[in-house]
Design a protein. Structure first.
Length: 430
């Protein structure tokens, strides 16, 4: 691996972008985006070959709902370059090569949000169904397949399945065929016989079939195999509730069909799993090496209204930290202790960073006159930035750790992992 300090001092990349994380967060939180807007449009006006500016403009346009303009800006960027870089933190962490494809926010796994609190460099490499080879990928420590399942992405995933066979280095999520099986109807079919999971059937039907259902020519049972109204209908290829409606009568279905132009739809039975407060909870649990980690909790009423947003955000944070009732902890993790151990091990970003570092297995990298040990210990790391001698002195006071002077190269930290709760982080300000 190249010297991290040298990379910081000499690395100049015209395709350095802001990326999704800061732009989408600014829009979502209602902050003034005019400075970002003015900067980006000033850049593309001054230099029509500024691919990075065009790509950031497309992200901004997607975030504010200008889909058609976003597609044009993204196309302009990819015609100039298919390689982009996002520098997180100090940029001294692993170089993570991420295979992505053109599309909206749902086209790829949003790895930018997972790594934004790290020091990792994200190297976006755009591929499509016509990509002939991957011989021009940049130098990296670990690769990640971020292309998600969708009808539009199937040819891209088929291409990646062929190109990634025998990939020589560490790579995460290298399972394009399995990603292709993650369609709504595919997952429902796979899990239908699992006794511990209620996986409602998801039927993919044509517009004509929906029209027949709306006219009463066929029954819901003829599509789903059983059941009746109400049902959930949504266009194929949509996410985040776009175009999704609860339909209770044939008349409602006819009205819905008039408002949608798509050719295919998913129909599923409506399952009322709302809580006492009338809100539905979408809970995401990430399984890493067989262990469960709380990842995301979404709360909203059926009509999709985002009232009490601040209160809901606080509850999501509380849920993630494992301070809600023991019944929830018991449900997902078997015991409160197991829940707290999983949640306390790391936040999503920090956990992912450590897993990447484990995959890299890289030696200590010199950083501006110091040395930093980047290998985790069982998923947790003694993350210490040794920019000054005072940091090394503080490190020596940590039980089980020892510092060894390395002359002009600074100090190298080593030691054994202690149980959670005894780990201490040293920040830049001590």
């Amino acid at each position: 691996m190249k010297n991290a300090a040298a990379r910081i001092e000499t690395f100049e990349d015209p395709n350095l972008i802001k990326g999704k994380a800061p732009i989408v967060r600014a829009v979502f939180e209602g902050r003034d985006i005019s400075p970002i807007w003015d900067e980006l449009f000033g850049r593309v006006s001054a230099d029509p070959t500024d691919a990075a500016a065009f790509l950031d403009v497309s992200i901004l346009l997607h975030a504010i709902g200008e889909e058609d303009k976003a597609v044009l800006s993204q196309k302009a960027a990819l015609e100039i370059s298919r390689k982009y870089r996002i520098a997180n933190g100090r940029g001294t962490g692993p170089n993570v090569l991420v295979f992505v494809t053109a599309g909206d926010f749902m086209a790829n796994t949003p790895i930018e949000f997972l790594l934004e609190e790290s020091d990792a460099n994200i190297l976006l490499h755009y591929v499509d169904a016509d990509t002939a080879d991957l011989n021009d990928v940049p130098e990296h420590d670990v690769a990640f397949v971020a292309v998600g399942e969708s009808a539009a992405n199937l040819p891209v995933l088929e291409t990646l399945d062929r190109l990634l066979r025998g990939w020589p280095g560490p790579i995460l999520n290298n399972a394009p065929r399995r990603i292709m099986d993650l369609s709504r109807d595919g997952v429902a079919e796979t899990l239908k016989d699992e006794p511990s999971i209620l996986a409602p059937a998801a039927a993919r039907v044509s517009r004509d079939a929906i029209g027949q259902l709306a006219c009463g020519q066929i029954e819901v049972a003829s599509i789903l195999g059983a059941g009746s109204y109400p049902v959930i209908v949504r266009p194929v290829g949509t996410h985040a509730g776009k175009g999704m409606e609860k339909i209770s009568t044939p008349l409602e279905l006819s009205t819905y069909l008039d408002s949608q132009a798509e050719a295919e739809f998913f129909v599923t039975p409506f399952i009322d799993y709302s809580g006492p407060d009338g809100k539905f909870r979408k809970q995401r649990i990430a399984f890493i090496n067989g262990r469960a980690y709380a990842s995301h909790l979404g709360l909203q009423p059926l009509d999709g209204a985002l009232s009490e947003r601040r209160h809901d955000r606080a509850r999501r944070q509380a849920w993630r930290r494992g301070v809600m009732d023991g019944q929830l902890r018991q449900r997902f993790f078997g015991s409160p202790r197991a829940f707290l151990r999983c949640v306390a091990s790391a936040s999503r970003a920090r956990l992912f960073r450590h897993r990447l570092r484990r995959a890299c297995r890289r030696p200590p990298a010199p950083v501006r006159g110091g040395c930093r040990h980047d290998r985790p210990f069982d998923g947790l790391a003694e993350h210490v930035s040794l920019q000054e001698e005072r940091h090394a002195q503080a490190l020596r006071r940590l039980r089980g750790c020892a510092g060894t002077a390395r002359g002009a190269d600074g100090v190298h930290a080593g030691g054994q992992m202690r149980p959670y709760g005894q780990t201490r982080r040293l920040s830049e300000d001590g």
